[in-house]
Design a protein around this ligand. Structure first.
Ligand code: AMP
Length: 219
């Protein structure tokens, strides 16, 4: 199963992607998480990416495409994968066409006016990069590794507004792009994480039956 989760920053893509990928045993590919890991490790890629990320701008397409191309070769991608935060531009989506097929794109829809408030509650672990939201987790240390939680530089209000503008300008056109290919399904993301997950699971379960039928017909 090969999925894309599309949506503005703060829509809950990461939270949903973690659960859904776990449910199906497929790889969760978050280009944002990959870039933050490079930054934590201080690699040349991480250092180059930091300038863009801290301003709320997108990292150049060729860097992202190279990263994803490598990532999908890994053993954990054999059963499938779920892209979270990729593609973010038409150029990335075009490049993806030549390296992988995609079964479904889930667009998590949240009104722009709710995003700033939602992002304001996000916290991240300084040790392992796990994400939390204050509405669901009130401690200031990570449940998984015990390290301190902090607010991502690019989650601060001055950067968030730019990230939303960048999303509207560069990523939102992908909604029509995937609609035209018949791959787009939209869920209302402005509800509890559990309700949103139930809706997404209904879509992915339909997809699983479709993929099974296709496999049976091929045999
Ligand atoms: P995210 O955690 O997905 O919100 O990503 C955080 C930041 O990483 C974004 O604001 C971008 O600067 C960068 N980034 C993540 N994914 C991409 C992508 N597919 N293309 C370009 N930049 C990206």
């Amino acid at each position: 199963m090969k999925l894309i989760f599309l949506g503005p920053p703060g829509a809950g893509k990461g939270t949903q992607a973690e659960k859904i990928s776990e449910h199906y045993g497929i790889a969760h590919i978050s280009t944002g998480d990959m870039l933050r890991k490079e930054m934590r490790e201080g690699t040349p890629l991480g250092k180059a990416a930091k300038g863009f990320i801290d301003k709320g701008e997108l990292v150049p397409d060729e860097v992202i495409i190279g990263m994803v191309e490598n990532r999908i070769q890994a053993a954990d991608c054999q059963k499938g994968y779920l892209f979270d935060g990729f593609p973010r531009t038409i150029a990335q989506a075009d490049a993806l066409l030549s390296i992988s097929d995609i079964d479904m794109v889930v667009n998590i829809d949240v009104p722009a006016e709710r995003l700033v408030e939602r992002i304001g509650g996000r916290r991240m672990c300084a040790g392992c990069g796990a994400g939390y939201h204050v509405s669901m987790y009130s401690k200031d240390t990570c449940e998984k590794c015990g390290a301190k939680l902090f607010i991502r530089d690019d989650d601060k209000p001055e950067t968030v507004l730019n990230r939303i503008t960048v999303y509207e300008r560069q990523t939102q056109p992908l909604i029509d792009y995937y609609k035209a290919k018949g791959l787009l399904r939209t869920v209302d993301g402005d509800r509890t994480p559990e309700t949103v997950r139930t809706d997404i699971l209904a879509l992915t379960e339909k997809l699983v039956s479709r993929l099974r039928t296709r496999l049976t017909l091929k045999r």
